[in-house]
Write a protein that binds this ligand. Structure first.
Ligand SMILES: [Cu+2]
Length: 293
C-alpha cells in the first residue's frame, strides 16, 4: 500500500472505531531504532559505543518500529480493532506472553486523562479486537505493547481523534492518589538514565492493604508516560506473587527508568476486592522526594 492509500484506509477504518467518527491523527513515520536499543531493559543500553549513530527513542512514539507496524482496522461501534504487521508486511500472529497477556493496549487522551489498559483478543488472521469507548472529545494515543515471538518487546503508538469539545487538563505534581476508596502513595525519585526504585503503598480507609490480588503476574502494573510527547516507558515490578518473598501489599516496588528530565505521569493498576483500580501520579525528575508531600 502506498502512503496515500494507507492513510485513506486509516481514515475509513477509524471512522468506524467506537462509532465516534474518528480520523487518524499524526502517527509519525518510520524512525530509526535498533531492536536492542529501542526497548532495552538494561540501564546501560545508552552506552553501546558504535560509529553508526542510531537514534534511540523510548517506545510508543512511532507506529512503525523494528519492522513491525501498528495498523488500526475497521471495527463495529464500541470496538477497537487493529493488526500488527510483521517485517514481511503481513499480519503477524506469533506473539510471546508478557505479564500474563499476548497484547497490552493502553489508551489515553493526549492530556493524559482517561487512561485505559485493556487486553485485546486475536483472531486467527491476526486481527485484534477489544471493546473500547472513548468518552470525550480530543486526541488520544493508543499504545500496543507486545512481544513478537522470539524477539524483544515493542511498544507502537497511533493517534485516535474524537470529535467534540476538548478542555485540556493540566496536572500538578502529585504523589498521593485517591481512587475507589483507596489511598495510594508513591515514594522514590526519578533519575534520568538510571534505574530508580519506586514504591507504592496501598491503603483503604487509612488502613494498610495486605491482601492485594495478583494482576498481570504481579501485585501491580505501572505505566509511565512522559508529559509532552507521551513516550511510553517500561516499568518492571520487583518481585512476583508466589516467589516466596514478595508480600501482597501494602507496598509494591518497581524499577523505573526514565530517559530524560521532565514530568512523568504514572498509572498504577492494582487488583483488590475482585476489581482492578488505577491510581495516578505526576512526578517530575527535578523534584526531590518529600518536596511535594
Ligand atoms: Cu496489560
Amino acid at each position: 500500500m502506498n502512503t496515500a492509500t494507507r492513510l485513506a484506509t486509516y481514515a475509513a477504518a477509524l471512522a468506524v472505531v467506537a462509532g465516534i467518527g474518528a480520523t487518524i491523527g499524526s502517527a509519525v513515520g518510520p524512525l530509526r531504532t535498533t531492536p536492542a536499543a529501542a526497548e532495552s531493559h538494561s540501564a546501560g543500553a545508552h552506552s553501546h559505543g558504535s560509529s553508526s549513530a542510531v537514534t534511540q527513542l523510548p517506545g510508543g512514539l512511532a507506529s512503525h518500529s523494528s519492522g513491525y507496524t501498528f495498523e488500526p482496522v475497521a471495527a463495529a461501534p464500541g470496538t477497537f480493532a487493529f493488526r500488527i504487521l510483521g517485517p514481511n508486511g503481513a499480519p503477524h500472529t506469533a506473539f510471546d506472553i508478557e505479564h500474563d497477556k499476548l497484547m497490552h493496549l493502553i489508551v489515553v487522551r493526549r492530556d493524559t486523562t482517561g487512561f485505559q489498559h485493556v487486553h485485546p483478543q486475536m483472531a486467527p488472521d491476526g486481527t485484534w479486537t477489544v471493546p473500547l469507548t472513548l468518552p470525550a472529545g480530543g486526541s488520544y494515543r493508543a499504545f500496543a505493547d507486545f512481544v513478537p515471538a522470539g524477539r524483544l518487546g515493542l511498544t507502537l503508538g497511533v493517534d485516535l481523534a474524537v470529535p467534540g469539545d476538548f478542555q485540556p487538563v493540566t496536572h500538578q505534581p502529585s504523589r498521593v492518589s485517591e481512587v475507589d476508596g483507596y489511598q495510594v502513595s508513591l515514594d522514590g525519585t526519578l533519575t534520568p538514565g538510571r534505574v530508580s526504585p519506586l514504591t507504592v503503598t496501598v491503603r483503604k480507609d487509612g488502613r494498610a492493604v495486605t491482601d492485594l490480588q495478583p494482576y498481570l503476574a504481579a501485585y501491580g502494573h505501572l505505566v509511565a508516560l512522559r508529559e509532552g510527547d507521551l513516550a511510553y516507558l517500561h516499568v518492571h515490578p520487583d518481585g512476583a506473587p508466589g516467589d516466596g518473598h514478595t508480600l501482597p501489599g501494602p507496598s509494591i516496588r518497581f524499577d523505573t527508568e526514565v530517559p530524560t528530565t521532565g514530568s512523568y505521569r504514572l498509572f498504577l493498576d492494582f487488583s483488590h476486592g475482585g476489581a482492578v483500580h488505577t491510581a495516578t501520579f505526576t512526578v517530575s525528575t527535578t523534584e526531590t522526594e518529600g518536596g511535594t508531600r
